[in-house]
Structure formats: C-alpha cells, structure tokens
Design a binder for this molecule. Structure first.
Ligand SMILES: Cc1cc2nc3c(=O)[nH]c(=O)nc-3n(C[C@H](O)[C@H](O)[C@H](O)COP(=O)(O)OP(=O)(O)OC[C@H]3O[C@@H](n4cnc5c(N)ncnc54)[C@H](O)[C@@H]3O)c2cc1C
Length: 379
C-alpha cells in the first residue's frame, strides 16, 4: 500500500490550516482549497487552553503564539452584579493558557506552510471515489485528485453533506455578540477571563495581546432574530445597562463596526466521520456551542492526531478509522458538556437563576476539577 502523500484539505479555517501544518511536518503533501479569495478570520479572540497550547508546542508554534497572545491565569464566573461565584485557576499546568486574536492564530498557522499549498477562491462542490484515489470538484470548474480528502469546511460542511447527506445543524436558541476594543476596564484583574451570568444572558471578556480587550455576550433568541433597529451597540447597552460596571463600559467604548453577531448551533455527536479515504475535522465533524471555549482547541487536537495517524499508517482508510476512534469519545464529551453549560445559561426565571448561582458557589471545586480534566488532556 502506497502512503497517502497527496492530501486534499477542503477549508482553510483554524482546523484546515492546523492540519496543513501538522501534515507538512509529518512529511506529507497537503494542499488546502479555501472558498474565500483572501485569508481572513473574524475580528474576535479565543482562549487556547492547555490542551491546545500542547498542540502548538508540538507544532513548534507556542513561542510565536505567546509573543502575540496574552497569558491567562484565572477563569472567573460572577453574578451579573459582580459577586464571584467560582474562580478557576487555569495556570496549574506545565503549559500556558493564551488569549489570542483569531486572525493572529490563523496567520501563525498559515505562515508555517508554503504559500502555494493554499489555493484560494475554490468552493468545493463534490467528490468521486475511484479505487485508491479521490477526485474533488470545485465551482470554478477545477478538479483535483488526491490520495485522501479531509473536510475541514466548518459548521455547514459540504464534504459532510456529500459523505453522509445528513441534516442541517441544530440551532440552540442563542445569539452571540463579539467585540474588540483597546479599552481595559479599571476593575479588570490582569490574567483573568471574567464572565457575568444573568437571566438568559451572559457577558465575558479577556485580554488578548497588544493591549486589546475581547468581549462576548450571549442571550437566548429565536432563530435568525434580526438586529434591533437601534443597532447592535445600543441594543447591548440596553440589555446590560445595570450590570457590573465593566460590562456597560466595554460596550460603550466599542465601535459598532467592531461588533459581530452569530447564531449558535451544534450537532448531536454521531459516527461515522469517515468513509474510505475521506474524513472530517473540526466543526465539520463535531460542531459545539462555545460555552466551554473548545471548538478551535479541539480542531487543533484533531489536526495533530490525524497527522500522527497518517504518518503511522500507510493506508488512509485505516488511518482515518484510527483517528476517528481516538477523537470521537473526546469530542462527544465536550459537545455534550458545552450543551449542558448552554442550558445553564438559558435560565431566565429569577428563582432558577438564584438556584444556579448558589449551586455554582457550592460546587466551585467540582466545576474547577471538571475544567481541569478537560484541559489536562494531551493529544
Ligand atoms: C461566539 C463564538 C466564540 C467562540 N470561542 C471559542 C474559544 O474561545 N475557543 C475555542 O477553541 N473555540 C471557540 N469557538 C469555536 C471556534 O470558532 C470553531 O470551533 C473553530 O473556528 C472551527 O474551526 P474550523 O476550521 O473547523 O471551521 P471554520 O473556522 O468554520 O473554517 C471552515 C473554513 O472552510 C471554508 N469553507 C466552507 N465551505 C467551503 C467549501 N464548500 N469549499 C471550500 N472552503 C469552504 C470556510 O470559508 C472556512 O474558512 C467560538 C465560536 C463562536 C461562534
């Protein structure tokens, strides 16, 4: 059996780009086909927990990430008025936790693979399987042949639909807003991710590198709720006006143009992800709610494990089965945990919210341990 040298990756987001780096380092020949005509990521931040910085370290990218990112030490949950409910120290591992701008993480990954390995402006349409080969078709008319194909094309993956013809993802009744600003609230404790939980809504923020503050808000909402006519910023100012002062302050100082909205979806975890020499990765395989902040982190884990399996196994069919067996249980757990955390955030009745807050206070060490075990995983 010939080694799968030529590997087609569909989608050049964080998952696809990380896979290209990992495969390249494993001595394989990946080429990424991305539908957008320029490399870009949204103007928002993400937290890379120790399970993800472990992957960056193995790919030789951790010191670069630390150069552009910000060291996180604590994950603190508070009531909407600022009473601490739980304070999770996240700096007890051998690896750092980093708050990083998505575009900077993305660039870091791209820069570690030769430019010609990324083909932009190519929208994947479908594939054909032929003996040991897979042929991919793109809307431009381009057809390419490879030994294997990886669908890293996100939440609404066409590779997934072509493989399994499955259902659309599930809307989980949450809308999010994300913002970026240079303003640091005077009460911000350095190194912290601070989250504030209210009735059916929440707000959180953390520093990224170079003095930037990234904030996010979530609220229960019907599907595709239109932005309020008063605009995103004013809508948020109204929603969070009487919260802990840092929250309205951050909204007020952020330009409307720097506020993004996204509806939240996931899928019920199901197997298979792979068929012959085609597999899925990242949000294409296991989309999850962002409540545990693990979507991009698990995409990095996937990329590393997939490259390891393809390096060890000449036959991509066998390698993809190994990859799926290793990754499915871990990601299933996190998808389900993220959904449970989302349900806690849905609580709207004052009694339910009071019970939740008391529960969080009492269960502080259990909550801490649950984060710890998630972050302790080393792919
Ligand atoms: C509000 C919010 C906050 C989040 N916060 C965090 C966090 O703090 N930490 C964390 O780890 N995760 C976080 N996530 C999750 C994280 O953003 C995703 O899990 C991660 O970006 C998934 O990466 P991906 O590469 O699998 O998919 P994507 O980033 O969606 O990339 C898919 C790529 O495929 C391309 N593509 C799609 N279709 C085609 C096609 N037909 N042909 C060619 N190319 C195609 C797209 O253009 C895109 O570039 C958050 C998500 C949200 C919504």
């Amino acid at each position: 059996m010939k080694t799968a040298n030529n590997i087609i990756i569909v989608g050049g987001g964080i998952g696809g780009a990380a896979t290209a780096v990992a495969l390249h380092q494993a001595g394989l020949e990946p080429i990424v086909y991305e539908r957008t005509s320029e490399l870009r990521e949204v103007g928002a931040g993400i937290a890379l927990w120790a399970n993800a910085t472990h992957i960056l370290k193995n790919l030789g990218l951790l010191s670069d990430a630390l150069r552009v990112g910000y060291l996180i030490t604590n994950y603190q949950f508070n009531s909407q008025s600022g009473k601490e409910l739980v304070n999770v120290p996240v700096d007890s591992f051998e690896l750092p936790v980093v708050g990083i701008h998505r575009a900077e993480l993305h660039q870091l990954l791209w820069h570690h693979v030769e430019r010609e390995k990324f083909v932009l402006g190519q929208t994947f349409l479908g594939f054909e399987l032929e003996e040991q080969k897979v042929r991919a078709h793109f809307s431009s008319g381009l057809t390419v042949e490879g030994d294997a194909l990886i669908g890293a094309d996100g939440l609404r993956s066409r590779v997934r639909a072509a493989l399994f013809g499955d259902q659309p993802p599930i809307y989980r009744h949450f809308k999010t807003w994300r913002g970026l600003t240079d303003y640091v609230p005077s009460k911000y404790p350095p190194g912290y991710i601070q989250e504030f939980l209210g009735r059916g809504k929440g707000f959180g923020f953390m520093m990224l590198g170079q003095g930037r503050m990234y904030w996010y808000a979530a609220a229960t909402a019907p599907l595709a709720q239109l932005n309020a006519p008063i605009g995103r910023k004013q809508e948020l100012e109204t929603m969070f006006q009487d919260w802990f002062p840092s929250v309205p302050e951050l909204i007020t100082v952020t330009d409307e143009a720097n506020i993004l909205t996204t509806d939240l979806y996931d899928r019920v975890p199901t197997r298979p992800w792979s068929k012959q020499n085609i597999t899925l990765l990242g949000d294409a395989a296991h989309p999850m709610l962002p409540t545990m902040g693990q979507g991009a982190c698990t995409a990095l884990e996937d990329a590393y494990v997939l490259a390891k399996c393809l390096k060890e196994q000449a036959d991509p069919k066998v390698a993809f089965q190994q990859y799926e067996s290793e990754r499915f249980p871990r990601t299933k757990l996190i998808v389900e945990q993220s959904l449970r955390a989302g349900k806690m955030g849905e609580l709207d009745h004052p009694v339910g919210v009071a019970v939740r807050n008391t529960f969080m206070k009492l269960m502080g060490s259990t909550i801490s341990n649950s984060f710890k075990s998630l972050h302790a995983y080393r792919a």
